[in-house]
Design a protein around this ligand. Structure first.
Ligand SMILES: [Fe+2]
Ligand SMILES: [Fe+2]
Length: 141
């Protein structure tokens, strides 16, 4: 699994979201590096996955708060997609807590795909809406 390279295709233009997306992508890249070692350390993988889950929860909460505050018309669908990711991430973290030793490439591909596609489609749509809702405070909140 190769690292995700941050570029404009991932930049929504809403500063708070972009900053958190960068943290998510950095964490995913660290996970790939840990999983790609000749002998991956399960404790390090579990720690990194735990952080990914925690930070994902913080991030999704921010998006959901923005959606609710500004009356985002696609809130229900966006929230549903978030819920699916959280359930899957919880399952992955749980597997490690119950003794999993390794992260398989299919799981990494799933996370890679989810992050990139979700940001490019759903989060871009949200950022566009936020900008149109509050053109005078672009990128502020
Ligand atoms: Fe996001
Ligand atoms: Fe989102």
């Amino acid at each position: 699994m190769t690292a995700i390279i941050w570029d404009q295709r991932l930049e929504t233009g809403w500063a708070e979201l972009d900053e958190q997306h960068r943290t998510l992508i950095d964490t995913f890249n660290r996970l790939c590096a840990l999983a790609g070692r000749a002998e991956p350390n399960p404790d390090e993988l579990e720690g990194c996955l735990g952080f990914l889950l925690e930070f994902t929860l913080v991030h999704l909460e921010l998006e959901q708060e923005l959606m609710a505050r500004h009356g985002y018309p696609f809130e229900a669908e966006h929230r549903r997609l978030h819920s699916v990711l959280v359930l899957d991430l919880e399952r992955i973290v749980d597997a490690f807590r119950r003794g999993a030793r390794d992260l398989d490439p299919v799981t990494l591909e799933y996370l890679d795909d989810w992050l990139q596609n979700h940001i490019r489609k759903e989060d871009f749509r949200l950022a566009d809406f936020l900008r149109s809702a509050q053109p005078q405070t672009r990128g502020q909140q």
